[in-house]
Design a protein around this ligand. Sequence first.
Ligand code: NAP
Length: 330
Amino acid sequence: MTMRFDCLYVEKDGTGNISRSIKSLSLDDLAADEVLVRVEYSSLNYKDALAAGGHPGVVRSLPHVPGIDAAGMIAASTSPNLLPGQSVVITGYDLGAGHWGGWSEYVRVPASWIVPLPAGLSLKESMILGTAGFTAAQCVQAIITNGIDPGKGEVVVTGATGGVGSLAVKLLAQLGYHVVAVTGKERLRSTLQSWGAKEVIGREEVLNTTAKPLLSSRWAAAVDTVGGNTLTTILRHLKDYGVVAACGLVGGTDLPLTVHPFLLRGVILAGIASAALPYDRRLRIWEQLAGPWRINDLESLATAVRLNELEEKIQQILKGEIVGRTIVKV
Ligand SMILES: NC(=O)c1ccc[n+]([C@@H]2O[C@H](COP(=O)([O-])OP(=O)(O)OC[C@H]3O[C@@H](n4cnc5c(N)ncnc54)[C@H](OP(=O)(O)O)[C@@H]3O)[C@@H](O)[C@H]2O)c1
């Protein structure tokens, strides 16, 4: 008899209702890939909450096990370079989307998805970062690569209390940037300031529904997790040669805009797509996060839950109510 283990299982019944439960599976239920990982920690990202609801834009088929992040120890491997006992991190690719994910005591994945746990990070810290930290770091990298140093002006971060937002605020502040945090949670002003934000403004300040092609020159750069009119507003408010790293869509997917920010101000719109980031660039981002960009006091951003406590957190993240990072102790 093969070993059994628990996971959070999403399925659809005959009437089309989607349900979630903790289910016991056998290792034979997992995909036939090269590396079996005993998961220690996973995390909750906005995309995971969509997957947990069976969202067809994320999940290809049901039943499904969500969890786009996983960290743990290799339990078995047919790859000569990946040995049992090695600590590893897996984020993105198809994990928790087309492939059963990290909300499970075990995952089996292709060897090409495995990143050795970078020296300097614990498994727990790697999941406090998870896809959120990996994405925040790519946003910061895009801002730096495109010529914005701290002397160029203010950097705005939207969705600032969320997973990507909170880590972007902390990282940018540590690197010396003047961070303007945009939030719908005014009550968390002092928390955002403790993370390093120099200013905290409301979401409504970054929502301009006029058709004006340009707005006053205001910010040097932005990390935008919201999309829609928020992103349109930021693009029109950027200073000459400003940069926005666009990674999210919690506020919408439309982008009504004219070309004027690009043609008259040289604004750069940098798209961030974490899931498919090529392996060599992926390793470099993790090395940065474990080394020079190591974020102070990561634990203070994290709430840890068990698989059977995820339900309430899923509801919260869908309503934009999560603060910081939720990790799953599997
Ligand atoms: N492109 C990529 O590779 C990639 C990778 C990771 C994440 N993402 C995307 O980035 C976004 C954030 O992900 P996350 O995991 O950090 O989610 P999260 O923890 O839920 O953070 C999102 C934050 O956005 C704000 N928000 C929520 N609803 C909003 C609305 N309707 N209008 C304006 N602001 C709203 C809230 O912060 P405040 O209350 O502080 O405003 C919320 O905490 C998601 O769209 C996710 O899919 C993309």
